[in-house]
Structure formats: C-alpha cells, structure tokens
Design a protein around this ligand. Structure first.
Ligand code: HEC
Ligand code: HEC
Length: 241
C-alpha cells in the first residue's frame, strides 16, 4: 500500500464517521422514498427519463444473493461485464466501493442508473454490498477489441510516471483501501472518469484525483485511459503488454 493510502486509511477506518463527515450538497433529497413492500425486482431505471426513477432493493438475503438479484444485470455476476461505460467492480476494495455508493446516494456523483440504485440503499446496504464486492476476485480483461495504438502505448508509461498514477494506485494499478483498482478497467469508462475529474463533473470523495489530473490536457488523459486499459500487471508496466 502507498504511504498516501496508509495516511488516508488511518482517518477513514470508522466508515460510519466518514459517512457522517461528508455533508450532502445543495438541497439534495436526503432520504430515499420508502420502499414499497412488493418483492424486489432489479428494476433498471429507464434511461433518459427526466424524472428520478426509483428502484426497490431486496430487504432480505445475503448480499451475494442481493448482488445477483439486482447488480449482476448491469455489472455481471462476477463483477465484470464488457459494457464500455459500466465499470468493472471485481477486485475493488470495500472502502473505495462504500465511498462511491455513498457519493451516488447523496447525489454528489451523478449517473441516472446508479443514483437510483444507491438512493434505495440503507446504511447497512452500503456496507453489505461493499463488503460483498470486495470478495469478488479480479477478473482478467479479455483482449481489447481494438489493437493497441503504439504511439499512445509508448507515451502512457511516461505520463503515468510523471503524474504519479502508480504512486497512489500501486505498481500493479490494483488500488487498495480508498484507492480504486484501475488495472483491467474499460477504456471508455476510464476516459469518462478522468475527464469527469478534470472538468469537475465527477467530484471525488477527496480532492486527490482532481488535483492529480487538473493540469493534464484532455488528449493526454485519453492516452492514459488507452494505456491503463491495456496495462497488465507490474511486469507489463513499461511495455504495457
Ligand atoms: C441499470 C444498470 C446498473 C445497475 C442495476 C447497477 N449499476 Fe452500478 N453502475 C452502473 C453504471 C452505468 C455505473 C457507472 C456510473 C458512472 O459512470 O458514474 C455504475 C457504477 C457503480 C459503482 C462505481 C464503480 C467505480 O469504479 O467507481 C459501484 C460501486 C456500483 N455501480 C455498484 C453497484 C451495486 C452494488 C449495484 C446493485 C445494488 C449496482 N451497482 C447496480 C450501472 C448499474
Ligand atoms: C494522490 C493519489 C492519486 C493520484 C496521484 C492518482 N489517483 Fe486516481 N484515484 C485516487 C483516489 C483516492 C481515487 C478515488 C476518487 C474519489 O475520491 O472518489 C481515484 C480514482 C481514479 C479513477 C476512477 C476509477 C473508477 O473506478 O471510477 C481513475 C480512472 C483514476 N483514479 C486514474 C488515475 C490516473 C490515470 C492517475 C495518473 C494521472 C491517477 N489516477 C492519479 C488517487 C490518486
């Protein structure tokens, strides 16, 4: 684990306290609508509807069962699905996941589908889904659909070094504690996330990522996304193989 992550961890272990420390912003609805008693269905909210869709989550069962019933439709049964803008969850640390679910629930991280899901979560759900996701082992990425671009693969490692990506995300980009695994993540999702941090449309749980990317030109962020999506473990760090 990085020194940075250790430092952060020491003040973040008490997740309940952490959750209370982040105040909701700007008149966001604080409580999810009361869940109807009907049996839970993985009701995917309709895309593009102007009104906030509501989702009912199961109130019983293990979180493995609840994940299979609700989350797997979009994220894959093992936490990996090849939908470009749906992030891989397999291999993510529990503390990272709980912070993101919390940000969605409070309306600070915005995505129509995930916001609707997270707004239906109790505090126990935040913890339960996060702990379950942390048990999902990383799933190796399939070979990329498009061949690596040699120019971007050559420039990626230098950019990652210059901007300390490996310092925080680890030599294998596997993350840890509050820092996400980015190894094996989809290129389109990486690109959207990096641009979101830079443009302020994806506020982080801390300022770490905003600070890391605010001075990086968008085309270099795209190069980093291309490189990271093809990064395979520490042994491949220099070649990106
Ligand atoms: C309708 C599809 C859909 C469903 C159902 C869904 N998700 Fe998601 N989820 C997404 C999308 C799309 C994103 C990416 C959002 C973004 O780009 O900000 C996401 C993002 C996430 C993230 C953030 C990952 C990261 O790397 O930052 C977590 C954690 C997550 N989902 C957990 C869950 C859990 C737990 C459930 C079940 C309770 C669930 N999701 C159900 C579509 C879905
Ligand atoms: C100072 C530590 C630090 C540095 C440097 C850093 N990161 Fe991060 N990164 C984080 C943290 C912490 C998060 C979680 C963001 C949050 O607060 O919500 C994150 C989130 C991300 C995400 C979102 C992943 C997801 O699943 O949604 C991506 C992509 C990412 N970082 C890529 C990079 C790249 C590429 C670099 C180098 C340009 C970099 N990071 C540099 C700490 C860092």
């Amino acid at each position: 684990m990085t020194r940075w992550a250790v430092g952060l961890l020491s003040c973040a272990v008490a997740v309940a306290a952490v959750l209370m420390a982040v105040a909701p912003r700007g008149g966001e609805q604080k409580k999810p609508p009361a869940a109807p008693a009907a049996p839970a269905a993985p009701a995917a909210p309709a895309a593009g509807s102007g009104t906030q869709a509501t989702v009912t989550l199961p109130a019983t069962g293990t979180y493995a069962q609840r994940f299979a019933a609700v989350c797997a439709a979009c994220h894959g049964a093992n936490g990996r699905i090849e939908t470009p803008l749906t992030p891989v969850l397999a291999g993510q640390p529990s503390l990272y996941v709980i912070t993101q679910l919390f940000l969605f629930r409070e309306g600070r991280r915005n995505n129509e589908a995930m916001t609707a899901v997270a707004k239906a979560m109790t505090d126990d759900d935040l913890r339960g889904y996060s702990d379950f996701i942390a048990t999902l082992p990383p799933v190796p990425a399939p070979p990329p659909a498009t061949p690596p671009d040699p120019i971007r693969m050559a420039r990626g490692p230098a950019l990652a070094e210059q901007h300390k990506c490996l310092f925080c995300h680890g030599a294998g980009l596997a993350g840890g504690e509050q820092v996400p695994r980015i190894e094996g993540q989809h290129e389109a999702y990486l690109q959207a996330s990096l641009r979101g941090f830079r443009e302020g449309t994806r506020p982080g749980y801390t300022q770490a990522m905003t600070a890391a990317v605010s001075q990086i030109p968008p085309e270099d962020l795209d190069t980093l996304a291309h490189y990271v999506a093809r990064f395979r473990g520490p042994a491949g760090a220099l070649t990106g193989k």
